[in-house]
Design a protein around this ligand. Structure first.
Ligand code: FES
Ligand code: FES
Length: 169
């Protein structure tokens, strides 16, 4: 039988939020844990750890992924972005973040980083979505505070659909 050396670590080099970095991780280590505990990118949150809630979403080479369903070793040589990458160097919120602030689209904020990263990818690929398309993407995220009306208003504003959610009309 093949023996697994649980203590063995791999050196993983990647670009995180535009800066080259590296860290050591066991082959079984999740990307979410690697980002938070090894690289200190704690803006990425961890909820369900089985791909349901969406709060751990980051982008790899521009595509949104669940970092709790991705191994750290899979990020080797890739471009990873987390919520920390969204605001400017001067702290100025980007368009999506500013819309969330304007529409009070968060309560505790636990789900927010994942939603922002999902829509960073989605709106880059589909800059003129319909409201139903926004709802479909948002359905991949669980907000425990049930603040979906505010989130939809922010998403619609960021997508150029106006900032009122139809649930409020
Ligand atoms: S923590 Fe990754 S989807 Fe819930
Ligand atoms: S704002 Fe609290 S989980 Fe969404």
């Amino acid at each position: 039988m093949r023996r697994v050396n649980r203590g063995r670590k791999e050196r993983i080099a990647l670009t995180l939020n535009g800066r080259k970095t590296a860290g050591d991780a066991e082959p079984r280590m999740l990307l979410s844990d690697f980002l938070r505990h090894t690289l200190g990118a704690t803006g990425t949150h961890v909820g369900c750890e089985h791909g349901v809630c969406g709060c751990c979403t980051v982008t790899i080479d521009g595509a949104a992924v669940r970092s709790c369903l991705t191994l750290a070793v899979q990020a080797e040589g890739r471009e990873v972005r987390t919520v920390e990458s969204l605001a400017g160097a001067d702290g100025k919120l980007n368009k999506l973040q500013a819309a969330f602030q304007k529409h009070h689209a968060l309560q505790c904020g636990f789900c927010t980083p994942g939603i922002l990263m999902s829509f960073t990818d989605y709106l880059a690929r589909n800059p003129k979505p319909t409201e139903d398309e926004l709802r479909e993407v948002l359905s991949g995220h669980i907000c425990r505070c049930t603040g979906y009306a505010g989130i939809m208003a922010a998403l619609k504003e960021a997508a150029g659909l106006g900032g009122t959610d139809k649930a409020d009309q």
